[in-house]
Design a protein around this ligand. Structure first.
Ligand SMILES: Cc1cc2nc3c(=O)[nH]c(=O)nc-3n(C[C@H](O)[C@H](O)[C@H](O)COP(=O)(O)OP(=O)(O)OC[C@H]3O[C@@H](n4cnc5c(N)ncnc54)[C@H](O)[C@@H]3O)c2cc1C
Length: 310
């Protein structure tokens, strides 16, 4: 089926590159490729993690941080200056034909391209904990210790975690505060050995959390299944993330043990002409890393399209 489609595509426009995802990674890749005068399309489903950051830290040149939505607006404006535009929609399928062209399908259109850069990010696992959304809306939930640890120096921190990753993140936060408690959720599957709390690197609250709420003085109040209550300045979720790699699973793209895409130093996956950048890649989930990947991927794509010298 794809063979017929590919031959039809020869009579259609073939793009230099399709970028899937317009978070910091995708927008940066598109900017670079437009500035290389490349024929590029960028498609986005509108759920960038960056859009959920109240104040993004660790971005050099922004000492007071910047709201994630504002950063995305700036990046979009920058892209428009070089005639790059985000197409709003969801890519539902990516297939590769025998001559390595990709067919990228949205609900209502199909694009043909020589290269794809996957910048689809990850989805954070949310705890099934009554009251959690109220605490999140109040701005008292954090999800990234690398991003916000510094701001929470000396604060009282509750970490929701049910696996060794939760314990690792809680241990990481102990560098910033001595007042860190690991909390598991009532009814949830728990990988931690709850009977060996004494051996844990971090202090675990006994029992499991049943409910969370915002107190009058804007603290997080956690009610445990034994009826006891605990107050925290902030709640961290350390439940892990799910990388958005479904689109390239059928292409045989290699994943690491956490489900992130494995790339080489040029951001190439093991599938020819398929690149990846940002959180979806096996690396540190940070904006500066995402834009770094994107710069490398876009420049490699551009170089691969230059006429070959003898
Ligand atoms: C609460 C929170 C706070 C954070 N704070 C910081 C911070 O202070 N500093 C920092 O450096 N980092 C921070 N991060 C991490 C930062 O948000 C990410 O590292 C960054 O957003 C990664 O960019 P990305 O482009 O890889 O992915 P994303 O920004 O997540 O963008 C991925 C995009 O791909 C789209 N997409 C996915 N699948 C498809 C599809 N099939 N078709 C079309 N589009 C698709 C999504 O809709 C989304 O818009 C924080 C994260 C969270 C959750």
């Amino acid at each position: 089926m794809i063979d017929i489609a590919v031959s039809k595509a020869r009579r259609r426009e073939v793009l230099d590159c399709v970028i899937v995802g317009a978070g910091p990674a995708g927008l940066t890749a598109a900017l670079y490729l437009r500035r290389f005068h490349r024929n590029v399309r960028i498609i986005d489903a509108g759920a960038s993690r960056a859009g959920r950051i109240p104040r993004a830290n660790n971005i050099a040149g922004f000492p007071d941080g910047i709201a994630g939505t504002q950063l995305l607006q700036r990046m979009n404006r920058h892209l428009r200056q070089v005639d790059g535009y985000v197409v709003h929609g969801t890519v539902v399928r990516i297939e590769q034909g025998p001559d390595d062209l990709f067919a990228v399908s949205l609900a209502d259109q199909q694009l043909w391209t020589r290269n794809v850069i996957l910048c689809t990010g990850v989805v954070d696992r949310r705890p099934a904990l009554p009251g959690f959304e109220d605490v999140a809306i109040a701005g008292l939930v954090r999800a990234c210790p690398v991003c916000d640890g510094y701001e929470l120096t000396g604060k009282c921190i509750g970490v929701i975690g049910d696996s060794m990753q939760g314990e690792r993140e809680a241990a990481f936060l102990q560098h910033f505060s001595q007042d860190v408690r690991l909390i598991r959720i009532a009814g949830a599957h728990c990988e931690l050995d709850v009977d060996s709390a004494a051996e844990a690197r971090v202090h675990r609250l006994p029992g499991a959390a049943q409910h969370v709420a915002v107190s009058k003085d804007r603290k997080v109040f956690v009610t445990m299944d034994d009826g006891s209550g605990h107050r925290f300045d902030v709640l961290y979720t350390a439940l892990g993330v799910d990388p958005c790699t479904q689109l390239v699973a059928a292409l045989g793209a290699r994943l690491d043990e956490r489900g992130n895409l494995v790339t080489d130093s040029h951001c190439r996956t093991n599938v020819s002409n398929l690149y990846a950048a940002g959180d979806v890649v096996s690396a540190l989930d940070q904006i500066s890393v995402a834009v770094g990947h994107a710069a490398i991927a876009a420049t490699t794509v551009h170089n691969s399209l230059l006429p070959k010298t003898a």
